[in-house]
Design a protein around this ligand. Structure first.
Ligand code: UD1
Ligand code: CA
Length: 461
């Protein structure tokens, strides 16, 4: 927000016992990404000077997680603050305040991970005036939340925690999300005024509303309606609710970009998926990490695609599994293809069912239609790999290369014992075990000859 500096405080000290997990609550995942990382990523988009994360329970686990990981190269912005005893939300925020150097503070919660950037922008903008900006939400069932008390002129005058509320107050369905933004120097002052004279003997952050009023600060609310972006995740049931909400949001983004989905509820995106024009995705596909798909690509049902690039006009048939693959244009894969790390498929390659490819480059027009393992291999243009061809790349200790030239015809059930090289225009007879290099234009036969023995008495006689 124009020339006003911002720090973000994220509260993550709580126990999270209802998750029934050894993992700290803040590290529970949505779309394979810790809740805290979701928040940090969103917060970084506000371009704050610093992000202060208040940790307590399992603090080391949380800190280690981010020590080993570079968050958009912005780890230097992240400051962990220890709250050894969880004495309440005001106490938690107070621990971070000595490190806050900006004009404004925004308070977020590690267990409310899917708050939208737009909402936070609005809230921070609202707080720039002489104002305490609160994010509230109207809920059909407000049980457990702090209730927003407004006067006759609809101004917020207090927040009353559920456990401290009277019968009238309990009927109020506008509640506190906890998320707020205000001026740093005032927040310092108000936090010093908070005491723990309440039913939970906690220092409530919500009590600053009273002190803000006394200082003639406006209390401005942004009201949401039954909105899952402020839904907290205290247990696995709420976590899966947020997972579905997140996936629904991702699916809608794809639809907006013109992707055809057979079912927007049966696709999962755990990372970043970019798509060209006229991409169509059948049900139960999972996209993991960074996946980029070109135009006019069809992904059939049940594919799992991780950290891969797929060019234009490709067809990924049902139940294929791609990981770390780079695929050019007009390529067809599967059904049941397994394309592993370090594989490069050039234009017009066809990979059929039950073919596993690892660390291999298949040049233009290569066909490997059925039941093969091609690992540590280079295969030249327009070569045909027969059914059941195996590159024997491993001798028990080391991996070795198989190099196949252009226009080879590898007969079915061939074993290529690496290291081995086949030059251009080679034909391998079916059933061969190839242990020696083959010169260009040669036929290699490496199997015992068939002998037919006449007048054999078989045991059916
Ligand atoms: C809080 C609000 C309540 C609001 C609700 C929304 C207060 C007093 N109440 O209640 O008005 O409706 O959130 O979910 O603020 N935390 C710490 N250190 C502490 C205490 C809490 O880091 O000492 C963290 C927790 O890990 C959690 C968050 O702050 O992420 C909220 O704490 P919690 O105890 O769940 O607050 P509520 O009682 O739900
Ligand atoms: Ca509590």
């Amino acid at each position: 927000v124009n020339n006003v500096s911002l720090d973000v405080i994220i509260l993550a000290a709580g126990v999270g016992s209802r998750m029934n997990s050894d993992l700290p609550k803040a590290l529970q995942q949505i779309a394979s990404k810790p809740m805290l990382t979701h928040l940090i990523d969103t917060a970084l988009n506000l371009n704050p000077n610093n992000i202060h994360i208040v940790v307590g329970h399992l603090a080391d686990q949380i800190k280690n997680k981010y020590a080993e990981q570079t968050l958009n190269n912005s780890t230097q912005k992240i400051n962990f603050v220890m709250q050894s005893k969880q004495l309440g939300t005001a106490h938690a925020v107070k621990q971070a305040m000595p490190y806050v150097k900006s004009d404004l503070v925004l308070v977020l919660y590690a267990d409310v991970p899917l708050i939208k950037l737009d909402t936070l922008h609005s809230l921070v903008a609202l707080s720039t005036k002489q104002s305490l900006a609160l994010l509230t939400v109207k809920l059909d069932n407000p049980t457990g939340y702090g209730r927003i008390i407004r006067n006759n002129s609809d101004q917020i005058i207090a927040i009353v925690e559920h456990k401290d509320a009277n019968q009238d107050e309990l009927t109020i369905n506008e509640v506190n999300t906890g998320i707020l933004a205000t001026h740093t120097h005032k927040l310092h002052k108000w936090l010093d005024q908070v005491n723990n004279n309440n039913s939970q003997q906690e220092y409530y952050l919500t009590d600053i509303v009273n002190f803000a009023k006394q200082d003639n600060y406006a209390i401005n609310g942004i009201i949401l309606n039954n909105d899952l972006q402020v839904q907290g995740a205290n247990n696995k049931a709420q976590l899966v609710m947020l997972e579905r909400y997140y996936q629904q949001t991702k699916a809608q983004e794809l639809l907006q970009n013109g992707v055809t989905l057979y079912d927007d509820k049966r696709i999962d995106i755990r990372g970043n998926l970019t798509t060209g024009k006229d991409v169509s995705i059948d049900i139960n596909c999972i996209f993991i990490g960074n996946v980029s798909i070109g135009s006019s690509v069809t992904i059939e049902a049940g594919c799992i695609i991780k950290d891969s690039v797929i060019g234009d006009n490709c067809l990924i048939k049902a139940n294929s599994n791609l990981e770390g693959a780079i695929i050019a244009s007009n390529v067809s894969c599967g059904p049941f293809a397994r394309i592993r790390q370090g594989t490069k498929l050039h234009n017009n390659v066809k990979v059929g069912n039950f073919v596993e490819i690892k660390k291999a480059e298949l040049h233009e027009g290569v066909k490997a239609g059925h039941l093969s393992y091609l690992g540590d291999a280079i295969i030249g243009k327009n070569s045909n790999i027969g059914a059941g061809t195996i590159s024997c790349n491993y001798d028990g200790t080391n991996k070795h290369q198989t190099i196949i030239g252009d226009n080879n015809f590898i007969g079915s059930n061939t074993s290529l014992v690496a290291p081995v090289e086949l030059k251009n225009n080679v034909t391998i007879a079916a059933g061969s075990v190839i242990t020696k290099n083959v010169p260009k234009n040669n036929l290699a036969v490496a199997r015992s000859r068939q002998s037919n023995i006449s007048n054999w008495k078989n045991n059916k006689d």
